[in-house]
Design a protein around this ligand. Structure first.
Ligand code: HEM
Length: 128
């Protein structure tokens, strides 16, 4: 399903969410494993608010790029984007999880993190 908000992501993560191996990580098939990790919801909000920079591994493939920050978006739009990428391409919320709310985004916005701190938060998720 088309989303005007996701239009600003698809140049990198691709319309089908598959990304480009080794360059832009996939969101399809990957966002649910982040959601399922303890702290994963907060981390996803932080990626959108503060960006991400440094080496990450997704499904055995390494990425070392720059994910831009989208702090200029409204809280409800960030929640909407996260709900989009959590439910497209066969992605689903883990059982018991509700959609993202603007209030959840607001809580992460109060933290004022750097992209490097977001990477530290990612490293604590214990993603495989
Ligand atoms: C990483 C979503 C726009 C490039 C990520 C991650 C998410 C995400 C959730 C974290 C993946 C993980 O931790 O495994 C989005 C959304 C976007 C967007 C929803 C639109 C608002 C973009 C754009 C670019 C980009 C436009 C390219 C200019 C990247 C890169 C990474 C990344 C390179 C990995 C960063 C690293 O290697 O440290 N994105 N993204 N993203 N994104 Fe985006």
């Amino acid at each position: 399903q088309a989303s005007p908000l996701y239009a600003q992501c698809q140049g990198c993560h691709q319309p089908n969410g598959a990304g480009i191996p080794g360059v832009f990580p996939p969101l399809a098939g990957h966002v649910p494993e982040i959601l399922a990790a303890k702290g994963g919801r907060e981390y996803l909000i932080q990626v959108l608010l503060y960006g991400l920079q440094g080496q990450i591994t997704v499904k055995g493939t390494r990425y070392q790029g720059v994910m831009p920050a989208y702090a200029q978006l409204k809280d409800e739009d960030i929640a909407g984007l996260l709900n989009h990428i959590s439910t497209q391409w066969g992605n689903r919320f883990p059982a018991g999880q509700q959609p993202f709310t603007a209030a959840e985004v607001r809580a992460q916005r109060a933290k004022t993190l750097t992209a490097a701190q977001v990477l530290e938060a990612r490293n604590k998720l214990g993603l495989k």
